[in-house]
Design a protein around this ligand. Structure first.
Ligand code: ZN
Length: 158
């Protein structure tokens, strides 16, 4: 049995925060994403797509943002926990495709490391993990550098 899942997430950009995407800390003049955890918008979208594929709710349900244990949480650990949860339900992940919407900084130099992090967390080969980056041509909240968004789709099987 194969199932598909979709995930979408947004975080606001703010000063005096690290920018962490796909588990990679990216230099960005001390401007990063605001959130209760490390605000890794890409890993959150992927986590939500996996939970969605299994109809197991969303990351807000499993890792509430009012829970102190998830303050500044490493979202790679949360992704591993999602993978463990799916395994406990008898699912394995087939592949992941994702897109980060960010006007800046340029993400191309960091994509391979992001893919490596995600492949390790999900225990799948790196060529089954896709991370893409695009701008929205200066339009909207990502274009105005007010925030960064991410989309993800995944397949899982049982
Ligand atoms: Zn998030």
């Amino acid at each position: 049995m194969i199932r598909i899942g979709h995930g979408y997430d947004v975080h606001r950009l703010t000063e005096n925060r690290k920018l962490i995407l796909g588990g990679v800390e990216i230099p960005n003049n001390n401007i990063g994403l605001l959130g209760h955890s490390d605000a890794d918008v890409l890993l959150h979208a992927i986590s939500d797509s996996l939970l969605g594929a299994a109809a197991l709710g969303d990351i807000g349900k499993h890792f509430p943002d009012n829970d102190e244990q998830y303050k500044n949480a490493d979202s790679l650990i949360l992704l591993q926990k999602v993978n463990s949860l799916l395994k406990s339900e008898g699912y394995t992940v087939i592949n992941v495709d994702s897109t980060v919407l960010a006007q800046a900084p340029k993400l191309a130099p960091y994509i391979l490391e992001m893919r490596e992090n995600i492949s390790k967390a999900l225990e799948i080969p790196i060529d089954f993990v896709s991370v893409k980056a695009t701008t929205e041509e200066g339009l909207g909240f990502t274009g105005q550098k007010e925030g960064i968004a991410a989309h993800a789709v995944t397949l899982i099987e049982k």
